[in-house]
Every structure is written in C-alpha cells, then in structure tokens.
Design a protein around this ligand. Sequence first.
Ligand SMILES: Nc1ncnc2c1ncn2[C@@H]1O[C@H](COP(=O)(O)OP(=O)(O)O)[C@@H](O)[C@H]1O
Ligand SMILES: [Mg+2]
Length: 388
Amino acid sequence: MKALIITRDSQLHTEIAAQGAARVPALSVAESRTSMRDALERLAEAPELVIIDASDFDATAAEGIDRLTRHYASASFMLLTRGEQQEVLIRAMRAGVREVLELPLVHRAFHEAMDRIDLAAGVANMRDGKVLAFIACKGGSGATFISTNFAYALATLAAKKVLLIDLHGQFGDATLYVSDQKPGMTLADVCSQIQRIDGAFLESSAVQVAPNFGVLAAADSDTAPKPEQMETVLRIARQHYDYIVLDVGRQIDALSLRALDEADAIYPVLQLGLPDIRDGRRLLDIFRSLGYPIDQIRLIVNRYEKGGRLRLQDVQNALGAQVVHTVPNDYVAVTDSVNQGVPVLQIARASAVARSLAELVELVTSRRVAESKGLFDRLFGRADHETY
Ligand SMILES: Nc1ncnc2c1ncn2[C@@H]1O[C@H](COP(=O)(O)OP(=O)(O)O)[C@@H](O)[C@H]1O
Ligand SMILES: [Mg+2]
C-alpha cells in the first residue's frame, strides 16, 4: 500500500516508514509533506493511505483535512494527534476519518489500525481470482503450450486479468512460449522477498506479454520457494488477478502440492496413447488419495485426432474423470508459435488449435453450465455461474 505522510517530525516519519516496511503486505511511504499547507499545494499521485500528523495543527490546518479527504476520495486516512485536540478531532471525524491514534505512536495500535485499513481497502478492490492448474500427465503432453496459450487467450479474448506462474523447479520454459523478453525476476525472487509482496510487486515481477497478461518465470535457482510462500503468492495473486494459471510441470513436490491444494480446478493434459493414459492414471490416483474432489479435475486431451484406436470414452473409463476439452493436432501452427515465442492466437488466429483455445476460454468463463445441468438447475435456472 502506498502512503502519503504529512508531518514535520522526521523521527516520526522514520518510525512509520520502518513499521510500514515490516508489514505484509508492506506499507511504503511514497510521498511526504511537511505541513497541511504543503500537502494542499503539492498534491500527491493517488496515495492509498494518507497519514496526517495533526499534533501541531491550528484551525486553518484542521480545515485542510476536509479538502484532502475530498481530493483523495478513494484513499484511507489515519490521523495522529497529541493530547487534547477536540477541534481537530471533530473536524476529522466529520470529514470521514475513522482511524485516530494518539502520539507518541504505540506500535501495536498502529498495526491494528493498519490491519483494519488493509482489510477495508482489500474488501473494496479485491478480485476473487480463480486458480487453474495445468499439469502434464507425461512429459511432452502439451501442458506448457496449452497453459500459456490458454492464459493469453483468456486475457485477450475474455478481457480478464491473468497471471501465469511457471512452477517448474528448473528449466521452466513457459515464458519462452509466448514472449521473447528475458524475465528480470522469477518466482524464487518473489518468494525471497515475500514480505514486500503486493499486487503491484507481483505485476512488476512478471514478464508482461499483454497489458492484462503477465508470466512469472520459473524459480530456476538453488533456493526453492517454500510451500507457505507459494500460498502467500497465490493469496495476493487472487486479490489482484481474475485468473491465475499454473504450469505445474510433471513434478509433484511440496511446492506443486501446495499450489494444487489451492487450485479451484486442475486440468491434467494428456494425449491419446497408452503411455499417457498409464501416467495419467497414476496422477489421478494421487489426486484421489489427496482427497481432491473428482469434479475439480478436468481432463484435456491434446493432439486429438478423431478416428484413432483409442476413444475419449476409453480415457474417461481408465482415469475416472471427465474429458472436458480436446485440442486438435496442429503441427504447423503450434511449431511456428513455439519456435517464435508468439502466442498461437496471434500468429495463426484462424488455425484449428487457436479456435480450440478460444472454445476453452468460453468453457471456462461461460455463464452457462453445459451438459451436466441437473433437472433442478434447468427448472430453476440455477446454473448461472462460471464453470472454470
Ligand atoms: N496441439 C498440438 N499440436 C501439435 N503439436 C503440439 C500440440 N501441443 C503441443 N505440441 C508440441 O509438443 C511439444 C511439447 O509440448 P509442451 O507444451 O512443451 O509439453 P509439456 O509442457 O507437457 O512437457 C511442443 O514443442 C509443441 O510443439
Ligand atoms: Mg512443460
């Protein structure tokens, strides 16, 4: 959270900056003013919180509080007073300021007030992002291609704010599938500074592929992110994005498990072949033993060609889960896209595989619930929610 501080007291300024920096998510002092007059003359760039030290305020300065609350209408306010300052207090209350603390600053009271402010601000702007995990049943199934290109399609076709996180421990390649930019930061870098995390930090750590689509690169370092750090990343990401798409890779470890626990839906990707089905079965057995509800697991069959020896029904029978989508085999379009690092939707918009990804976007964001609608839902129209 970005704060504007109005105080003449440099010690108090330092104290608040230090306390703020230690918070999760951090409170950063973005701008400072030395008096109410200074604050009114030099307006700040959209602060989320305004902290006013009113200990030396006279009547004129107190009047300024009202002007500031009107100017920064979407910001939260905190007033710091010293001793009897009835007049200032009443003005501030009338202006809508609800957090008033006595100086000298009691750190516990400050943090409690900040918790209330965070909560109120969070509730106001919080998105309730969904976490969708793509996992390859077997290496080369196409999980990275589908997750990255699906995430791009979700951002560009459905105008959703999307973050893809590459969960590969090493050799993660998700960024390369949709971008030629070199990632400046990785998931490990974000986790190693977890106390700084907020929506803006996450966004600036991702490779920005489109205005509303970022990719957070794989950890690619010796210090693996910790499961509890992953949980924090996802919690903050949910508040900031509509969808968080995970390229889980094949490895089931402490980190990917925690991420899968958090997922709203898991999309195992497999091809129609016995080796894929065998590995898929093992994966689904793991999911079952973890107690994941089966309707949360949605199979995607990649490189699907009709008329093969194995049918979709065989996959469903063997794995005991629904195939919710198929992606056609499209060698030219996919190879061009992957080799150039350009989303297939951009490079071959009319291709069969691009159309299929658009359908998957529709399926995930659709307000209609297709086949599985029960009679009750049909009668009472209760199916009006996203199916992701
Ligand atoms: N639908 C498809 N049609 C043709 N080739 C595909 C398709 N999906 C993936 N591929 C190819 O398969 C290779 C492996 O895909 P990838 O997404 O890296 O697999 P995974 O992440 O599951 O290991 C890619 O290089 C890509 O060219
Ligand atoms: Mg991969």
